[in-house]
Ligand binder design. Structure first.
Ligand code: HEC
Length: 143
């Protein structure tokens, strides 16, 4: 009887030792799992995009809006509508970058022949990063 009680007690002790041990293992695993998640989630990219978009909007308002209108709706005889532009939808970021950098002269095969777009919208002070940011903003208008 005493033996049984003792061995029972030992089991209890073992359980009492085992439970916190198991808990701490799962906590460690839990932490590790979260760390791995943080590494693989695209959150920093999303933040960077939001930042790039905000900066791109400033560029837009300073330079592009003069011809492309409030919110990229375009202006008759000046700049094209960005929201419905298939050219924008079908172009890669690099293609857009090059187009904006070079502008689109009136004799360009893609020109409507109505008015030209000057290189960088006529603002030579824009940096490559400015153009990348304005592309992020431009894409956000297309939804
Ligand atoms: C001086 C006026 C003017 C300014 C400023 C201007 N654009 Fe343009 N943009 C145009 C015109 C005009 C076109 C259309 C040319 C054509 O295809 O006939 C155009 C077309 C475009 C297109 C192609 C759209 C399509 O559907 O083919 C993009 C992209 C573009 N502009 C980006 C920009 C960006 C970015 C800025 C600011 C950095 C900017 N533009 C500033 C006049 C302007």
């Amino acid at each position: 009887m005493q033996d049984l009680f003792l061995s029972g007690g030992n089991q209890m002790k073992r359980a009492a030792l085992f439970i916190p041990f198991a808990l701490s293992i799962s906590l460690i695993q839990g932490c590790g799992g979260e760390e791995q998640k943080a590494e693989s989630t695209p959150e920093p990219v999303v933040e960077t995009n939001a930042f790039a978009k905000a900066k791109g909007k400033v560029i837009y308002k300073n330079t592009c809006i003069a011809c492309h209108g409030e919110g990229g709706v375009g202006m008759e005889g000046l700049g094209k509508n960005w929201i419905e532009s298939e050219f924008i939808a079908n172009s890669s970021d690099d293609e857009l970058f090059n187009m904006i950098k070079e502008g689109r002269p009136i004799d360009h095969p893609m020109s409507d022949g109505v008015s030209p777009m000057p290189p960088m919208g006529g603002n030579p002070l824009l940096t490559d990063e400015d153009l990348r940011n304005v592309i992020v903003y431009m894409r956000s208008l297309q939804g």
